[in-house]
Structure formats: structure tokens, C-alpha cells
Design a protein around this ligand. Sequence first.
Ligand code: AMP
Length: 286
Amino acid sequence: MLIHTIAEVREQVKEWRKQGLSIGLVPTMGALHDGHKSLIEKSVEKCDKTVVSVFVNPIQFCPGEDLDKYPRTLEADEKLCNDAGVDIVFAPSPKEMYGEGHILSNDFLTYVIPPYFYTDKLCGKSRVGHFDGVCTVVNKLFNIVQPDFAFFGEKDRQQLIILKKMVKDLNIPIQIIPCPIVREESGLALSSRNKYLSENDKKEALVLSKILFNIKACYEKGIKDCKLLHETAFSYLNEHHSLEYLEFRDADDLEEKKIADKNTIVFIALKIGDVRLIDNIALENV
Ligand code: AMP
């Protein structure tokens, strides 16, 4: 069922609650692919009812980012959700979410601001304010749907860590379920932004997963010094790649690691032309 208004979602959820049914929420920005589908399938399996939100959230885009050209494919998204057994596809307009005139600056809108220690690094460094926008919209979706479980991909690992922290710090009674990264057979992590890549760019984009897989292989052979592991990346990079960061950080609090251990995540962001891609890998599956 496709729903565009908050009131209608609330009405339906109230009915489910009366019946004692469990509810799963999968927040997305649409242009759904197999990565999103894996989250949706997990929710459908675990919960009595599943809500998928499809909302390109304007307040998590920074000036000069791809808000206007971000792919919007609601009809196909609705079909994917229906086929997967989703109960509600919630696709609100910006006006429905943020009100008349939707004045989006934090002079006029109450924001949920995650701690600076978590947002001054990795993607937060170049995307200033991005995680404020993410936490604010996810909080709103939590309040609208009031799910028992919410499903987020490890593809956006910094986001996942920040949202877990938000839920803990604000005592939000929702369990966050992390879901593994879905990749193409080539290794490329699926992303809605892959649509911007030409065939050739797609080949160049394999450099992210190649670097990460190689670092993990070196770690498994016994190299633990992050500086040495970092250096292994350079043989993969060429003039098509503009590396934004390659960092070793703790899986819980994003503290920088000098010596890699079982709780280390390797994060990478890199631009191919104008397209910014991110990926990450856990050095051990704990
Ligand atoms: P987005 O629509 O990009 O905001 O993503 C919505 C959710 O899907 C987020 O929790 C993402 O981490 C997750 N997601 C996106 N791509 C993948 C992927 N390749 N594998 C697993 N989860 C993903």
C-alpha cells in the first residue's frame, strides 16, 4: 500500500498495535536495488508488518550536492516492495515532512545533533551537517511509524554507528538491526549513486573494494600496523581516482586505530569524476 501522509501511516500503525503485531521500518531514499531489498527481506522475515519509507531527505544534502538529480523511481520502488511483501510504502513529500514552506535551516527546525566526535571525521568532514539531517529525519520516521525494529545497511557504516549512538543516548525504544553490505559479483558495493557511473567508471570504481579486500588479506597474513596497511592502497590508485579518505577506525566509537584489531573497520571514500563513492570492511566478523 502506497501512502503519502503521516496521518494515514499513524492510523494504520495504531490498528496494528491494537492487534499486538510487531513492526519493522526500513528507511530509504528510494531508487531501490538489491542492497535495499536485503534489508526489506530481513524486516519481512523478522516482523509481522514492514514499513519502507522512500524519502529523498533535503536536509541531509549539503550545498552543491546531488539533491535535485538524485534518482527518483517511485513506481519501480513500489513494485519491488510489493513483491517483497512490504505492508506500507511511505513516500511523503518534503512539505508533508517539514511543513508549509518547509523552512529547513536549524534557525526554524528542531534538529537532532549527534556528537561532534562522531561527525567531525570520515564523511562528516566533507559533508558538514549531513548527519544532523540524517538523525533528524530518522527520528521523525521513528516517531511517525513507532517501529519495534529498524533496519540499516553496513554500507553506510558511519551512519549506522551514529544512529545506534542516538538510540542509546536518547533512550529510543527501537532495536537497530545492522545488515551486511550487498555487492555485485565484481565486488562493487551496490548504491543508488552507481547509476551515475558510465561503464568505464564502473570498472574504475572496483578500486574501492579491491583496496579493502587486499587490506583484509594483508591483515589476515599478520600485518597489523595501520600505516603499513594503508600503504598497500597506493598501487591500486591511478589518475581516475581522487581519494578522499582511507581510515582505520573502531567499530563502536570511530576512534582512530594505529594497530588494527578485531574491532577495526577500514573506511574508504573516493571520487571517480564527479561521483563520490564510499565503502568499508570489517577486518574480522565479530
Ligand atoms: P539509501 O537509500 O542510500 O539512504 O539507503 C537506505 C538503506 O539501505 C541504508 O541503511 C543503507 O545503508 C542501505 N544500503 C544501501 N546500499 C546498500 C548495500 N549495498 N548493502 C546493504 N545495505 C545497503
